[in-house]
Design a protein around this ligand. Sequence first.
Ligand code: P6P
Length: 306
Amino acid sequence: MNSETDPSGVKLEPVVDDITATVARTAAEIRQGLVGRRDKAAGENPSGESQAEADVYADELLADRLASIEAVGEYASEEREACLDCGPTPGASGSEGGDRSSPTVAVAVDPLDGSSNLSSNNAMGTVFGVYEAPLPAAGRDLIAAGYVLYGPITTMIVADETGVTEYELTGGERTIVREDVTLPDEPVVYGFGGRVPDWPADFREYANAIETELKLRYGGAMIADVNQVLTYGGVFAYPGLESRSGGKLRLQFEGNPIGYIVERAGGRSSNGNRSILEIEPGSLHERTPVHVGNDELIDRLESALE
Ligand code: P6P
């Protein structure tokens, strides 16, 4: 769809800008709310992982704020079983979606990616994908994606059809610090998840080669590790494992948004044999192997896994 206007004549950018501004404002409250919410919550997320109180808090804030945006028809998160219906079916424009003058979208969120880092006080993030289709949707249905990184400075990366922009967030307001963010040509860092004995032999062979060429940067929060790749060039992977061939990361909430961002920044994404964005989803919380980074490194990965 033309990024300028869709058939109903509405610019897509305002929809995306409204969502990113809402995430930026909410991120300030999420960060402040981390203190005192480091303990485990009572429940588990739909992927069977324990939740921190901060996971639940971040999800409730984001659901409340994003669901109230008129153009948001669905909200889904890693922390809740089903989609929250908050309007007409995503992808509908004015004609199908009631008296709306803009297309409706679905927002998929990982409210606090890497929340296990709360115990060790290391970086974590909030990931979001804006799909112009009902969830679960393929990554090619994304019209924008982004993440907030709770590092020494709170920063935000937003990718849409025009490219990738980095902001610093102060008091929930966005200040552009880098436009047209692209992966540096010369890769420097790598970060691979999972345990080495659990890596399939073909991935281990690839990793052995990469380890002789690049510097290890792995911190246990995808957003922080991918931000290293986006900043210095390199490759991040959470591969399929011997114990679970689908790997650990969720397609809707992690793989698609990060794959979209890295591809918009001139890199590649892969599930091991094709772009993550081409995966036809089966279920909302399905997992996928995730490999993102400089195109030459991903080309080599796909050759190694053939
Ligand atoms: P491991 C965080 O729980 C997460 O979903 C990603 O942010 C991160 O890349 C990965 O899992 C870390 O997994 O097995 O290294 O703890």
